[in-house]
Design a binder for this molecule. Structure first.
Ligand code: MLT
Ligand code: ZN
Length: 472
């Protein structure tokens, strides 16, 4: 710690338990292990120096962005001595190129600041998620974040043009280039996207920008069944094509939770389930409103939808989005949940939801389902809430039983056990359960090749014994 304090700017090393606490506890408040200290580098050179010092002392480094992740990937794990390295002091904009449509920012810039920067330049940065005011670019890259507009623009992996990364030995990989094409061997930046800080610490990113959206139509439809939600998605996609930029599913239970827990949040009508649709386009003459209204009229006439509203102003649009975006906060305020992040082939969504409902009724009576998510991506958050008055932190081994049962259902359908949240600490057992021996061997080989002493983010992503040496 003395060496860190000497190498970094004044005040960059936090050691008191009070100063460390927020950096040691994950967003879901399920994991809290002490760090030796928290370091706050102000530059890439500082990050490199800190990593070098930690590597020499065989101390793990836990990179942290906004600490809004849902799988405890950015807080210390139990075990080896670790420091948390927060990127929050590195939030500068390094370049904005409106000809090449890219922006280069440091890792600690929040997603919202990048969205606003793009909008100010007449462009769009499309990544969008509930935590965007706090979530930081470095963490979003490291976790390959998804969110509400993946349907149209892809997840973070599709939005990164270049990266600057500090490697586990403290050297710096300079891959911060805005090129659209560069077919010169391994695409190294992809190694670090979604690697959750195990292979390197992202210190800056060059991101793709898109033409600004000039019109948007946002609608909430009430639907009788999950099957009708899926058919409404298909109808909207068939009519709007790539102009369908958001299609989210909210179960009746999820909506009731938001209405109960979030002051001022009220669905415009009651329904068994809801679909939130957004059509948007950079072209001012695109007949978006007509497309949206036609889809909804046909859905209402055919019984696919029971009711629908179209936002008439930006204020109304934000109110509708809020009903979807507040679900996780409402759930946490209501005792939390055994959260899941499954993906299945889209056509299997109705049958998967039915199977999950039957499973919970049969094996976990009294538990309450909270299903919502990214319908258009085949990605559902199938969250299982303990009985009224019982906190999720208190359910013991049942937590893993529920997770195994839900994830088994997804995997049996050719799906994924973690569609967008990553692995962190909370999905390591699932990774060990479902990945093949070849998958695990490849991942371990990469980790060992880049970080043979397991300095970066120890205790995350890889099952114990994979890619860890004696120090970790
Ligand atoms: C969301 O889509 O709101 C988050 O990814 C989900 C969650 O909290 O499970
Ligand atoms: Zn999500």
């Amino acid at each position: 710690m003395a060496r860190l304090a000497a190498a970094l700017p004044p005040g960059a090393v936090l050691t008191s338990p009070a100063d460390r606490a927020a950096f040691e506890t994950d967003w879901r408040r399920l994991h809290a292990h002490p760090a030796l200290c928290v370091v706050q580098p102000g530059s890439t050179a500082d990050v490199a120096a800190a990593v070098r010092i930690c590597a020499e002392a065989a101390v793990g480094v836990v990179p942290q962005g906004g600490n809004t992740g849902l799988v405890a990937g950015a807080v210390p794990a139990e075990g080896a001595p670790q420091v948390v390295l927060t990127l929050r002091r590195m939030a500068a904009v390094r370049a904005l190129d409106t000809v090449g449509d890219s922006v280069t920012v440091e890792a600690g810039a929040t997603l919202q600041s990048v969205q606003e920067l793009a909008a100010g330049a007449g462009r769009l940065f499309p990544l969008s998620l509930a935590a965007e005011g706090t979530a930081q670019i470095g963490g979003l890259v490291a976790t390959n974040a998804g969110g509400l507009q993946v349907l149209a623009y892809g997840s973070m992996r599709a939005l990164v043009l270049g990266l600057e990364v500090v490697l586990p030995d403290g050297s710096i990989w300079e891959g911060l280039r805005p090129l659209r094409k560069d077919n010169t061997g391994f695409d190294l930046k992809q190694l670090f996207i979604g690697a959750e800080g195990l292979l390197g610490i992202v210190t800056a990113a060059c991101l793709r920008l898109f033409p600004a959206v000039t019109q948007r139509v946002t609608a909430l439809a009430g639907v009788p069944t999950v099957e009708s939600a899926l058919r409404l998605f298909q109808a909207a996609r068939d009519r709007a094509g790539t102009a369908l930029t958001m299609c989210e599913f909210v179960s009746g239970e999820a909506m009731r939770l938001v209405a109960r827990r979030v002051p001022g949040a009220r669905p415009p009508f009651d329904a068994p389930a809801y679909v939130l649709l957004e059509l948007s386009s950079p072209a001012a003459d695109h007949p978006l409103r007509h497309a949206a209204e036609t889809v909804l009229e046909e859905a209402l006439a055919g019984g696919l939808a029971l009711d629908a509203v179209v936002a008439q102003s930006e204020r109304e649009r934000l109110q509708l989005l809020r009903l979807r975006e507040e679900i996780s906060d409402a759930e946490l305020a209501d005792g939390g949940a055994v959260k899941h992040d499954i993906a299945v082939p889209i056509a299997l969504i109705p049958e998967t939801v039915a199977a999950v409902e039957a499973l919970v009724r049969r094996r976990f009576p009294g538990y309450r389902l909270n299903v919502f998510g990214h319908l258009g991506d085949g990605n559902l958050h199938v969250n299982v809430r303990p009985p009224e008055g019982c906190s999720v932190a208190a359910i013991g081994p049942l937590y893993q039983d529920i997770t195994c049962a839900v994830e088994d259902l997804a995997m049996a359908r050719g799906g994924s056990f973690s569609a967008e949240h990553g692995i962190g600490q909370m999905r390591i057992a699932s990774l060990g359960r479902y990945k093949s021996a070849v998958d695990l061997a490849l991942m371990s080989a990469l980790k060992r090749a880049l970080d043979p002493h397991n300095i970066l983010n120890p205790g995350k992503l890889l099952p114990a014994g994979q890619g860890r040496d004696a120090r970790g």
